[in-house]
Design a protein around this ligand. Structure first.
Ligand code: ATP
Ligand code: MG
Length: 317
């Protein structure tokens, strides 16, 4: 992150307690403008509470929040015009048509009646909901309702989107479509802060992640750096050979005792070691020297699930 990079969100030492339960505990993080940043944490970690503070629905006990350099404690009204919040519940609007719903919220943002028709049509096109314009909301599938809920957060053309678990309950295709839609919104210049407890879901979407547990930050940075944090000096290589894995294991274990080799398949071996002096090419060269024919060798990096399990202790508050 360069020094001049502008921040869409700048949170410092945030704290919020409900009775004696500290939901958000001295939390600080930043979200660069134009990024898609993931907000990850297990159930009860404090994601929804933080998002409600960011969108000025809830006041913190301590700490400061700046949205595009505006302070939530003094500029709440201005900030509300710059951000769109998609909550983790839909609400009940059973008797409303899709079109009416968006028109209603556009009116609530005081967008003039003569402008609303085109605005709503544009949003429906973006969300691929044009065919459902006159359907009742309760007749929509969950995926369509989620898109509509996103549409509601877009009516006033905010620069920042705060999305609370927008993909929960969606099937894989609906989830992929939602992710593509979020990329499209980023291309349109919006900053997106999106919460989830499923890391894999955000892996290919996010530039940065903030990981929290029990209201405290445990990581803020790029997705790839999160993997490095967890891996440390661990190297892992998966080798597929023409010979049996057991032969490969025997050769490696006879060679060095700081290299651990395990059977992954009849001809597939996982090689692991905590020694940065050993290069993967040394392992391969040694095997070749011992007449092993290598069909494939791939370095394995920690995936987001590994990172999550390693960084969070899995405690549910
Ligand atoms: N209004 C409230 N009154 C009392 N306790 C609350 C309130 N809101 C949240 N909490 C508590 O604060 C903690 C954080 O809750 P929060 O909803 O922010 O977590 P979350 O990360 O969004 O969880 P989930 O993944 O389940 O949505 C929890 O222990 C929760 O029970
Ligand atoms: Mg929540």
């Amino acid at each position: 992150m360069s020094e001049e990079k502008k921040m869409a969100i700048d949170v410092k030492n945030l704290r919020k307690a409900f009775g004696n339960k500290i939901a958000v505990n001295n939390l600080s993080f930043q979200v660069p403008e134009g990024s898609i940043t993931g907000f990850i944490g297990p159930n009860g970690a404090g994601k929804t509470t933080t998002l409600r503070i960011l969108c000025t629905l809830l006041k913190p006990d301590l700490g400061s929040v700046k949205i595009f350099d505006l302070d939530t404690s003094t500029s709440a009204t201005k900030i509300r015009h710059q951000l769109g919040f998609m909550p983790d519940y839909f609400g009940l609007y059973d008797d409303m048509e899709v079109y009416e719903y968006l028109d209603f919220f556009a009116a609530a943002y005081r967008i003039a009646a003569h402008r609303r028709g085109k605005l709503v049509d544009d949003i429906l096109t973006l969300l691929d909901l044009t065919a459902k314009k006159h359907s009742l909301i309760n007749e929509l599938s969950r995926g369509m309702q989620q898109r509509l809920s996103l549409g509601r957060a877009l009516v006033h053309d905010p620069k920042l989107l705060l999305l609370d678990e927008p993909a929960s309950g969606l099937d894989p295709r609906a989830r992929m479509e939602l992710m593509e839609l979020l990329r499209e919104l980023r291309r349109m210049g919006k900053t997106i802060f999106i919460s989830s407890h499923i890391l894999a879901e955000l892996k290919n979407l996010c530039d940065f992640v903030v990981i929290i547990e029990n209201g405290k930050k445990i990581y803020n940075g790029t997705v790839s750096d999160a993997a490095t944090t967890v891996e440390g000096d661990l190297s892992r290589i998966q080798i597929t050979s023409a010979q049996d894995s057991q032969t490969v294991i025997n050769i490696l274990h006879a060679w060095r005792d700081d290299v651990k080799a395990t059977l992954k398949g009849e001809k597939v071996t996982l090689v692991e070691y905590h020694n940065l002096q050993i290069k993967s090419s040394d392992i391969i060269a040694h095997l070749v020297k011992n007449d092993i024919q290598i069909e494939e060798a791939a370095k394995i990096s920690a995936n987001l699930e590994d990172v999550f399990m390693s960084l969070t202790k899995g405690g549910i508050s």
